[in-house]
Design a protein around this ligand. Structure first.
Ligand SMILES: [Zn+2]
Length: 172
């Protein structure tokens, strides 16, 4: 029976198509970016992204439903609010964010000249190529060793948030 226009989509056989169904929307990717940089609370996502409440609620719910974020309550004075944290699946979007950053630097222009985003090794502070050993100190750069410098926001490196402990934790 055909319901409303909101008919459930049939998953694509192609994994790129299926990933695009989950990730292929601007706000979804930007929420994941900020969650990767440690944002957990609704108000913080809203302030950082300049996103409308209803769109933020909708995208967070979709990310929770798709298994990329978890939603858990916390106490804010006498009120109960919720925070959102990356699951292992959400954390595994990191290479996608790296690829978007690289592509964006190469093929798009910022509105005014800015220093490029840098991925740095927290221990030595040097720029690294994601997924490779640090050229400076030779150590393997794992997620927990990685920070991003976004010079248009701050010169300070921001360490990446880890995924919630789960069965996939410690995999690499
Ligand atoms: Zn290093």
């Amino acid at each position: 029976m055909q319901a409303s226009s909101d008919t459930k989509k049939v998953p694509a056989p192609c994994p790129i198509g299926r990933a695009a169904d989950v990730l292929g929307e601007r706000w979804t990717l930007l929420i994941l970016r900020n969650a990767t940089l440690g944002t957990t609370r609704f108000d913080a996502f809203r302030a950082e992204l300049g996103i409308a409440d209803n769109i933020l609620s909708n995208r967070l719910a979709r990310l929770v439903e798709a298994g990329l974020l978890t939603r858990s309550p916390y106490r804010d004075g006498r009120r109960t609010r919720h925070e959102y944290r990356l699951t292992a699946a959400g954390a595994e979007a990191l290479p996608i964010l790296h690829a978007l950053a690289l592509w964006g630097e190469r093929h798009t222009e910022p509105p005014r000249p800015v220093l490029p985003m840098r991925v740095v090794h927290r221990r030595c502070g040097q720029a690294v190529t994601p997924g490779q050993a640090c050229d400076h100190c030779g150590e393997t750069v794992r997620r927990e060793d990685e920070a991003w410098v976004r010079p248009w926001v701050s010169p300070e490196p921001i360490p990446l948030a880890g995924p919630l402990a789960g069965p996939l934790e410690g995999g690499a």
